[in-house]
Ligand binder design. Structure first.
Ligand code: GRF
Length: 202
């Protein structure tokens, strides 16, 4: 049987992309990475993906008049690649309705804090500055609001007395690399449904 096809969107390092690729290659996640898309040609992750033999595409948002035009171009290329699930992995762009409606409840994002706390940029630093004792990461379905959709997986990370934002971020990233494959595996292998904004697994 054909495996579900993933599209991974990045803007930077792509360490979460690598964890997803590794999990697909090991069979832990029963899916195939069909394409990696970056909105930045200089993203280190896209070079890695290319070297790794994955289909790659750079579509710079600067070459489109509107967010919707950029999103339309990406969704068309994802469709061409027969992508069924989209993984945002450090993709630093808000998605318009053009994109979200093209893959309803089939877009995932990872955020480096326990949502709904510390949405937006630098969630790890925000959490450290706020003084929480536990932070972590969240994998969630994407809706039209930033870092907002239904939560699939969260992993907790204690904040240590001698942490700073950077050290905390490093330990959260370790958990991110577990959380994203865990969320994908659950969604692809178990029956699930939405009850309001709660993701319920059967
Ligand atoms: C991660 O911390 C992720 O949670 C956030 O952006 C960062 C991307 O890191 N959305 P990487 O590019 O996957 O290494």
């Amino acid at each position: 049987m054909a495996l579900p096809r993933l599209g991974i969107l990045i803007s930077g390092t792509g360490s979460n992309m690598k964890s997803i690729v590794a999990a697909c290659e090991s069979g832990e996640v029963p899916a195939e990475v069909a394409i990696v898309v970056s909105n930045r040609g200089d993203a280190p992750g896209i070079q890695w993906a290319d070297d790794h033999g994955l289909e790659c595409l750079v579509l710079s948002h600067r070459e489109y008049a509107t967010r919707e035009d950029h999103d339309r171009a990406i969704t068309e290329r994802l469709r061409d690649a027969r992508v069924e699930w989209v993984c945002l992995a450090g993709y630093m762009r808000l998605l318009s309705a053009v994109f979200v409606d093209a893959f309803p409840n089939r877009i995932l994002n990872i955020h480096p804090a326990l949502l709904p706390s510390f949405a937006g940029l630098h969630g790890q630093q925000q959490a450290w500055e706020y003084g929480v004792k536990i932070s972590g990461c969240t994998v969630h379905l994407v809706d039209l609001e930033l870092d907002h959709g239904p939560i699939v997986v969260q992993r907790a990370v204690p904040v240590l007395a001698d942490d700073d934002g950077t050290r905390l971020a490093e330990r959260i990233l370790v958990e991110e690399h577990i959380a994203y494959p865990e969320a994908l595996k659950a969604l692809l292998t178990r029956p699930w449904r939405l009850d309001g904004r709660r993701v319920l697994f059967g």
